[in-house]
Structures are given as C-alpha cells and as structure tokens.
Write a protein that binds this ligand. Structure first.
Ligand SMILES: NC(=O)c1ccc[n+]([C@@H]2O[C@H](COP(=O)([O-])OP(=O)(O)OC[C@H]3O[C@@H](n4cnc5c(N)ncnc54)[C@H](OP(=O)(O)O)[C@@H]3O)[C@@H](O)[C@H]2O)c1
Length: 257
C-alpha cells in the first residue's frame, strides 16, 4: 500500500476498546489505514465487516495475530511487511484479566498476553516503525498497574482484586520505559495509556468474561469504551505529545507510575 497513508496496527481489535479504536481511527481521517488484528480469524473478519459497513473515511484490513505466540507475531509482521512499506502507529491493546485466585498458571497466562506479547511484537515491528516519519507506540495499560495508586488507600480501586493483572500492567509500564530507552536514538514516541473503566467483555472482579462482566460494569458506573478510543485518537493525532513521559489517562489526566 502507498506510504501516503498513516498505517495503524491495533491488537485485539475484534471487540471492546480495540474495536472502538479501529472505528475512531478509520473514521477520523481518509489517510488512516487501520490493520484490525485479532487472534481468532472469524471474529476478526466479522469485526472488519462491521467496521467497513459503517463506511469510514479511512480504510481497513484484517491481520490474524495472536500476541501470545511468537510464531503468530513473526508471521504477522512478515505479512504486514509484504503489504505495507511501513507502520506508523502500533496500539498494543490486546489484554486479558483472568480473575480468580492467584496461581502460577494464571499469572503466566496474563503475562503472556499483557506483557510478553506487547514487548515481542513491538521489537518485531521496530524495523517497519523505523520507516515512519512519526512512529508512535501506545501500550494500553491500566490504572490498576500504577504502583503509586496501589499504595494510596484513597484510590477508588484500592480494594479491587486482580493481583496478576496489576503485576502485568505495572510490567507493561516498565516495558514503555524500556522502549523509551531502547529506541532513544529513534524518533519513536511512546505512551502508557489507561483507557479508563469502560464497558467491555473483559472480566470485572469475579465476573465471567462477556455479558456478565458488561452488566456488572454498567452497574458500577463504567463509561462507553468509545471514550477510551477517543483518548487513543488524541494521542495518534499528536494532541498529547507534551505528555510522552507520563502514564496518561483519558480526559487529559495522568496516573502516577
Ligand atoms: N475495560 C476496561 O475498563 C479497561 C480498563 C483498563 C485497561 N483496559 C485494557 O484495555 C485493553 C482492551 O481490553 P477490553 O476492555 O477492550 O477487553 P475485551 O473486550 O476483553 O477485549 C480484549 C481483546 O484482546 C484480545 N486478546 C486477548 N488475548 C489475545 C491474544 N493472545 N492475542 C491477540 N488478542 C488477544 C481479545 O480477543 P478475543 O475476543 O479473541 O478474546 C479481545 O479482542 C486491555 O489491555 C485491558 O487490560 C481495559
């Protein structure tokens, strides 16, 4: 595809925040091309169809990508390279919250997606990001990964469980810091971004992923995941460049690291 377009890869884009992000970015600008990636081909293609049916100004395509598999990451990067001469924006959005009691298996599975996936994909994509005039990496983290907030009894999420998830998002924040160091000679712009408490399928507390979680989120006052997508759009459009070294939230706010 001609490099006149801003090429944006969103992981876990078949639903929730990733899906809304793909929609907001494709709708925002005719020069945006969004690569809608998903681990499940059918769910990804269904999402792509729904997005294309809305006839956004920008263009979209599908890429199969399971961030917990190195094979899938390296195959996807090769396929992206064959179709695009660069990547301008990477949104490391794919994430899981397993809930339930602590176990080594649950922590490992959480880290596979929330941390290792983002780190390995970013490094694999770096040569294509390097070809962009304005490369941007957005690591979708969570306020639950803020060490400052964890130590603050007045934080609204103080009593919320989810140790594995908290650990993984704190590690993802360190991944942002590591990327800043690793790519310091490049023009890469990197953010850790908390999308806020929003209504998606992701587990809340002991709920079951999907409708059960959505219902609990609505009852607990969660907002639309479109507000999260709006925040990502603002970063992509350069409206939060001054806050590159902070852990940003929606609505111009920041979290303590
Ligand atoms: N919702 C909130 O209130 C909230 C708050 C703070 C942070 N976040 C973060 O926001 C991000 C998006 O979450 P969400 O709320 O939109 O949750 P969601 O609706 O459950 O969506 C998660 C997405 O990640 C995908 N995914 C999971 N494992 C994957 C893998 N191995 N490879 C590729 N994709 C994978 C899922 O694919 P499948 O559909 O195939 O499972 C889905 O597309 C996550 O990083 C989450 O931690 C959410």
């Amino acid at each position: 595809m001609a490099s006149g377009k801003r090429i944006i890869l969103v992981t876990g884009a078949n639903t929730g925040i990733g899906y809304d992000t793909a929609l907001y970015l494709a709708r925002a600008d005719s020069s945006n091309h969004v690569i809608v990636s998903a681990r499940n081909e059918q769910r990804g293609l269904d999402a792509l169809q729904k997005l294309q049916d809305m006839k956004p100004k920008g263009s979209l395509s599908f890429q199969k990508l399971d961030v917990s598999s190195d094979d899938s990451i390296f195959t996807a990067v090769k396929e992206i390279e064959a179709n695009f001469d660069k990547v301008d924006v990477l949104v490391n959005n794919a994430g899981v919250f397993l809930g339930g009691p602590n176990s080594r298996a649950a922590m490992r599975e959480t880290f596979e997606v929330n941390v290792y996936g983002a780190v390995i994909l970013t490094d694999a994509l770096a040569p294509l990001l390097r070809k962009s005039k304005d490369p941007r990496i957005i690591n979708v983290s969570s306020g639950m990964g803020s060490i400052g907030a964890r130590l603050d009894p007045s934080d609204p999420w103080y009593t919320q469980n989810g140790e594995a998830y908290r650990l993984s998002k704190a590690a993802l924040n360190m991944a942002s810091a590591n990327q800043k160091f690793k790519y310091r000679e490049e023009k890469f712009k990197i953010w850790s971004y908390c999308p806020g408490f929003v209504i998606t399928d992701i587990v809340l507390g002991d709920s079951v992923r999907g409708e059960d979680s959505r219902k609990k989120r609505v009852e607990a006052g969660a907002e639309s995941s479109e507000t999260s997508a709006q925040g990502i759009l603002e970063i992509v459009e350069g409206k939060r460049d001054a806050e590159m070294d902070s852990f940003v939230q929606r609505y111009g706010k920041v979290w303590p690291w």
